[in-house]
Design a binder for this molecule. Structure first.
Ligand SMILES: [Zn+2]
Length: 489
């Protein structure tokens, strides 16, 4: 207990120190007027090239838009340039197709740069001091499929040396042409990372990439580190304890590492997970604030004054630390005996090209002693039993017939799963409080890692919770509205 208290006090001290760093930038004004800049045409993170292309083509002065080339499948890749200063900044987003958060923030930044309000002094400074070049969505073919790699199956972030892909060549040429002083490499990371060994997700993580195996710090990299310290100090005001840092192992084929090596002070921003923000709209806003914090620091020539130690105080990313749901110390049955286990459930993002906001596929990721794991939703379940739900015996013909079912009645009888002749689309499946399987399915999945069971948590033979596709429904709270809302889809 004493050790825990010491660790906690140490942790809070570190947090206070991080917050105690002086912040010169008026980020609050930016945050409070954010909704005025938010690009309304992008409302979710499954947007495609065809959604953003008209917005880019519609940008007017002071922006200058140029097509720099095209992807493997012929989608245009654009640069958007603005500003007349001599400090050059290159920002590229979504080199991995399923990492779209920062792309949304870039469009918000475009709107900010041409607004006319109380922040005019700041935006005038940015446009006067900087030349900013954005490449939003470097991997449009990957975005089309909501996958990391491009259409050739290549991870662009391992193609910085060979430059086999047209997308990679565009990035390299843009960096060289601009001879950028600053580079912002914008990604998303797993939602299951923690910031240090803390029950906080790494909502945003940073890295000043190494440029050699020795991880040396030259003036180029030192500036990146100082800048990250400042961005962290600002973000701590919004997400205390939820900022992490990547380990700086050198990857000779990655763009961040090479761009740092080529003399551009490079900052990697990785957006992770934040409870209650599945669509990452809050994280989009935090990207907006963090990037503008940095641009302002560069424009004001302040970066050299930011303390270098602040970077080292950011806790390292603790990978594989979270589950979406953990049922703690629950009883599961096998061969007539009951055993005490923790059950960890994760929701896997499902690819596809349908622009429905968010869909996923939940599965049991791990079982056993998960006391070292954190969870978005942690369910104390000591003495309670976890059982798979039952399959409803009648075959459901179609979507209309599915909608006519009374979920509460089914649940009452322990049915969590229905068999359907015509399967609804995967995005629909992720939204309904029933598990849907094909007509030939006879047996429910078991409670084992890798399986996808719909689950019932029972207390003294009374059903308390339903866990269907990784979503927890509390039977004492679930009202008709909550259960039936999807029928309007
Ligand atoms: Zn990435």
């Amino acid at each position: 207990m004493r050790i825990i208290l010491q660790l906690l006090s140490c942790y809070f001290l570190l947090q206070t120190m991080a917050c105690a760093q002086p912040i010169t930038f008026d980020h609050q004004k930016l945050a409070s007027s954010y909704s005025a800049y938010k690009e309304k045409k992008i409302t979710h993170r499954r947007f495609k090239h065809r959604d953003i292309e008209p917005i880019i083509q519609g940008l007017k002065r002071p922006f200058s838009v140029e097509q720099q080339g095209q992807s493997i499948e012929g989608r245009a890749i654009y640069s958007v340039s603005v500003g007349s200063g001599d400090k050059t900044v290159l920002l590229w987003s979504q080199m991995h197709g399923d990492e779209p958060t920062a792309t949304m923030a870039l469009f918000d930044i475009f709107n900010f740069l041409v607004a006319d309000d109380a922040l005019n002094e700041m935006r005038d400074r940015l446009l006067k001091e900087l030349k900013i070049v954005f490449i939003p969505m470097l991997n449009p073919d990957g975005a089309e499929r909501f996958q990391r790699r491009n259409a050739l199956g290549i991870d662009l972030n391992r193609d910085a040396l060979r430059l086999e892909c047209p997308e990679s060549r565009i990035l390299k040429e843009m960096r060289d042409k601009l001879d950028a002083d600053w580079g912002f490499n914008l990604h998303d990371q797993s939602r299951y990372y923690a910031a240090g060994n803390n029950p906080h997700t790494a909502a945003i993580s940073f890295l000043a990439p190494a440029y050699n195996y020795e991880k040396e710090v030259n003036p180029t990299r030192e500036l990146s580190m100082r800048m990250i310290g400042e961005m962290n100090a600002v973000l701590q005001q919004y997400i205390p304890g939820k900022v992490g840092r990547y380990n700086d192992a050198f990857e000779p084929r990655a763009f961040g590492d090479n761009i740092q090596k080529w003399g551009t002070s490079t900052i990697l921003i990785e957006t992770g997970g934040l409870k209650g923000d599945l669509e990452k709209q809050e994280l989009r806003k935090l990207n907006f604030i963090a990037i503008l914090t940095a641009l302002n620091g560069i424009a004001e020539d302040q970066v050299g004054d930011y303390p270098l130690e602040a970077y080292d105080k950011i806790p390292y990313n603790n990978s594989n630390a979270f589950h979406d749901v953990v049922l703690r110390e629950v009883q599961v049955e096998n061969n007539g005996n009951w055993y005490t286990v923790d059950v960890g459930i994760r929701r896997r993002d499902v690819g596809g090209d349908t622009p429905i906001p968010y869909y996923f596929d939940a599965y049991i990721q791990d079982m056993g002693d998960l006391s070292t794991f954190f969870a978005y939703e942690s369910i104390p379940a000591r003495g309670k039993r976890l059982v798979p739900g039952k399959i409803y015996p009648k075959l459901v013909s179609d979507w209309k017939a599915l909608k006519s079912l009374k979920i509460a009645d089914l649940w009452q009888k322990g049915y969590t799963t229905v068999r359907m002749e015509t399967m609804p689309s995967r995005e629909m499946l992720a939204r309904i409080p029933l598990k849907v399987v094909s007509a030939k399915e006879k047996k429910e999945d078991r409670i084992l890692p890798g399986q996808h069971p719909a689950l019932i948590l029972q207390e003294k033979n009374v059903n308390r919770l339903m866990i269907i596709n990784g979503v927890v429904y509390d039977l004492s709270k679930s009202n008709r509205e909550r259960l039936e809302w999807w029928k309007g889809l």
